[in-house]
Design a protein around this ligand. Structure first.
Ligand SMILES: Cc1cc2nc3c(=O)[nH]c(=O)nc-3n(C[C@H](O)[C@H](O)[C@H](O)COP(=O)(O)OP(=O)(O)OC[C@H]3O[C@@H](n4cnc5c(N)ncnc54)[C@H](O)[C@@H]3O)c2cc1C
Ligand SMILES: Cc1cc2nc3c(=O)[nH]c(=O)nc-3n(C[C@H](O)[C@H](O)[C@H](O)COP(=O)(O)O)c2cc1C
Length: 479
């Protein structure tokens, strides 16, 4: 009983020490703060409602109106974002549009469609993005090639990068396939080199023409803003490989930290080079800054890569650079928030996996969530390359990481990689997948990712792996 009296007593002394003017000022500040909170919550609710309405309005108004299909095949989200902008532009001009991923599209649905716009990117060496691979196998590589798409008129925007030998390779393959199937182009394929503005403008003009409007909304993505490098830590001194650093970046000055989700990327422009580079974000907003895990890239002549060289050695702490967050929906937790996670990666691939682990750690406990996380991570040697060693240890102790396999390729006479560990655990991986687990792969496209993919195919079969891709339970951020 004494405790509340004591508290009241202390409060009275404290208030009388403040004096009436200060009490009024304090109340004013408190009320202003509450008003700010309520305003922010209302604004956020309005934004979400508007987003929901916008998404809903992209569906046809009634079941009879045939919507124009806007189909995307994207690895890191650019084609997906352009698809939504395309659909919104059409919708605003009164043309009902429906957005779908190529993964969701069946050949039968395409045979019924009268108009479709495709926005597709290219990966590997002229390959389709992951999510498109099941469609390629189930529809495009089918033996039956008799023309079936005679009713279809299509437009195609191919995204690519002309520094690859197979520039817009998948876009070109899809274009040829559609034509062979009897589909007719609404206009010639548009190839966009590094999302060139001229190509996107050309696509927008075709859309305006299709929709009979000149009033297309602005598509400018979020602008690059000024950021500052606030910390850098060398994580692999003594390594036989190139240096890897943990970097921290914050918006410059008093600018607030933008929001992002685990899985997203940071696109950055170093001073003097307009070509942006992308890095997997290794942190969540609650960390207070964007963390990156960057390895020094080397060119064939031994000179350091431009962006990694600048970030790891040239830039001083406090140095400004331009950056922006890029949503990477394909690698977010998304519908997998309640599933067990199998996280596989090597080298700097730990960045994206670390963000996912942090997101899982921050996720409130819920009875319907399978919170198990299994990390299979590969590097060269335990002595020099155990990136984020203490953190992984802490997560093992706290129970966040229920399973943690670190595979060091050079710590034994024979080379050993994550795919070998995966193959050894076949029964357990199958059991996790049967219990609903999702797989995330982050890191090198050269070697690791294709090997992991083929071990997974061996464990569960290609049709089931394709089904996991289509269901969003097999996601990759590989480069
Ligand atoms: C989705 C995604 C996520 C990524 N995440 C990460 C990450 O988390 N961590 C990370 O370290 N990296 C990541 N990367 C890679 C990163 O974006 C950069 O590609 C990498 O840092 C190399 O950039 P750089 O400017 O240092 O090298 P660059 O100067 O661009 O050179 C890169 C390579 O291109 C070739 N090259 C380019 N120009 C020349 C030239 N003039 N002469 C000879 N060779 C040339 C060389 O092979 C060289 O090794 C990611 C990439 C993608 C697409
Ligand atoms: C690992 C990797 C491989 C790529 N391979 C090709 C290629 O073979 N041909 C090409 O034109 N573009 C290639 N690209 C470039 C992408 O197609 C391009 O960046 C595109 O805008 C990505 O769109 P998305 O975000 O929708 O996936 C590659 C990009 C990466 C990161």
């Amino acid at each position: 009983m004494l405790q509340p009296d004591l508290e009241r007593h202390v409060a009275v002394i404290w208030l009388s020490a403040l004096g009436p003017a200060r009490i009024v000022a304090a109340l004013f500040i408190l009320l202003s703060f509450l008003a700010l909170c309520v305003g922010t919550i209302r604004r956020e609710a309005r934004r979400r409602r508007a987003q929901r309405q916008a998404a809903h309005s992209l569906l046809p108004a009634d079941g009879n109106a045939a919507p124009l299909l806007v189909v995307h095949a994207s690895q890191t989200g650019t084609a997906e974002q352009l698809a939504w902008q395309t659909a919104q532009t059409l919708q605003l001009a009164g043309v009902p549009a429906q957005v779908a991923t190529l993964a969701q599209l069946t050949r039968a649905a395409l045979e019924r469609a009268e108009r479709a716009l495709f926005i597709v990117s290219t990966y590997g060496e002229g390959d389709p993005p992951d999510a498109a691979a099941p469609f390629v196998r189930s529809a495009m590589l089918q033996a039956d090639t008799s023309p079936r798409l005679g009713a279809l008129h299509f437009g195609l925007l191919a995204l690519g990068d002309s520094s690859y030998a197979q520039f817009c390779g998948f876009g070109r393959t899809l274009d040829h396939w559609l034509r062979r199937q009897g589909a007719r182009p609404l206009f010639e394929r548009i190839d966009a080199d590094k999302v060139a503005e001229t190509a996107i403008e050309c696509w927008r003009q075709q859309l305006a023409h299709l929709a009979g409007t000149r009033d297309a909304p602005d598509w400018a993505g979020p602008a690059f803003t000024r950021w500052t490098l606030t910390a850098r830590r060398h994580l692999n001194p003594g390594s036989a490989g190139e240096p890897v650093c943990h970097l921290e970046l914050k918006p410059a000055g008093t600018a607030p930290l933008p929001q992002w989700q685990a899985g997203d990327l940071l696109q950055l422009q170093i001073p003097g080079d307009p070509q942006p580079r992308e890095y997997s974000i290794a942190s969540i907003p609650a960390d207070g800054s964007v963390h990156l895990l960057v390895r020094q890239a080397r060119r064939a002549d031994g000179s350091p890569g431009l962006a990694s060289g600048w970030l790891l050695t040239t830039a001083g702490i406090g140095e400004p650079l331009d950056a922006r967050i890029r949503e990477h929906r394909g690698f977010r937790l998304g519908d997998n928030t309640r599933r067990a996670l199998i996280l596989i990666g090597n080298g700097t691939g730990l960045a994206g996996l670390r963000a996912l682990l942090k997101a899982r750690e921050a996720q409130p406990q819920a009875v319907d969530t399978d919170r198990r996380c299994w990390l299979i991570f590969g590097e060269r040697s335990a002595q020099h390359d155990a990136l984020y060693r203490d953190e992984l240890l802490r997560w093992q102790r706290s129970g966040l990481l229920t399973h943690c396999d670190q595979v060091y390729s050079r710590d034994q006479p024979e080379r050993r990689y994550v795919q070998h560990r995966l193959a050894e655990c076949g029964d357990e991986i199958r059991a996790w997948l049967n219990a609903g687990a999702a797989i995330y792969v982050c890191g090198s496209l050269d070697g690791m990712a294709p090997q992991v993919d083929s071990v997974l195919e061996g464990l569960i079969g290609r049709p089931q792996l394709d089904a996991l891709t289509v269901a969003g339970r097999y996601r990759r951020d590989v480069y």
